[in-house]
Design a protein around this ligand. Structure first.
Ligand code: HEC
Length: 144
């Protein structure tokens, strides 16, 4: 026999299920979006070294090179095929941070030298390389 107590239990279970559905819905929708846009920018799961690099990058480089290396009006995207490891090896990053860069690829102007250590730049490079790799940018020999 259905008592008012068991009705209450059924109603409560319904509320919990509905709550779970609405709590999970954004995640499910995000998943759907990720598969719906094959060309979308990918932010991969980062190694510990790259996570450290991300912190230095956000503090020092992101103002010009943008969040996740996607560029701003002040500087180019570093997650760009032109900065693949074959064309701009790790030393190009060290040199850019240490000495700055004379504008040559773009029209953003010069990059001034940055206040970072070589070890910090090495972490930043690890971060940029993981972003590049996740977005299909692979080493290509420089033959320009
Ligand atoms: C004030 C803005 C600014 C900041 C801050 C900045 N950059 Fe740049 N960077 C630029 C611009 C502009 C260029 C493009 C120059 C060109 O080739 O025309 C550039 C180019 C580069 C290049 C390409 C160098 C080459 O050989 O062509 C690298 C690598 C780079 N930046 C790394 C970094 C890193 C790493 C940081 C943080 C430590 C950083 N940048 C911070 C503006 C900036």
């Amino acid at each position: 026999m259905i008592t008012s107590k068991s009705l209450l239990v059924i109603a409560a279970a319904g509320v919990v299920a509905l709550g779970a559905y609405f709590a999970l819905r954004p995640a499910l929708q995000q998943q759907a979006n990720a598969t719906a846009q094959p060309g979308a920018f990918v932010v991969p799961a980062l190694s510990a070294e790259a996570q450290e690099g991300e912190r230095y990058y956000n503090a020092v480089c992101a103002a010009c090179h943008g969040q996740n290396g996607q560029g701003t009006a002040q500087g180019p995207a570093l997650v760009n095929d032109i900065y693949n490891p074959g064309h701009h090896g790790d030393e190009a990053f060290q040199s850019a941070a240490r000495n700055g860069v004379q504008a040559h690829h773009w029209r953003f102007g010069n990059m001034p030298p940055q206040q970072v250590t070589g070890a910090e730049v090495a972490r930043i490079v690890a971060y940029i390389r993981e972003l590049q790799q996740a977005n299909g940018i692979v080493t290509r020999p420089h033959n320009m």
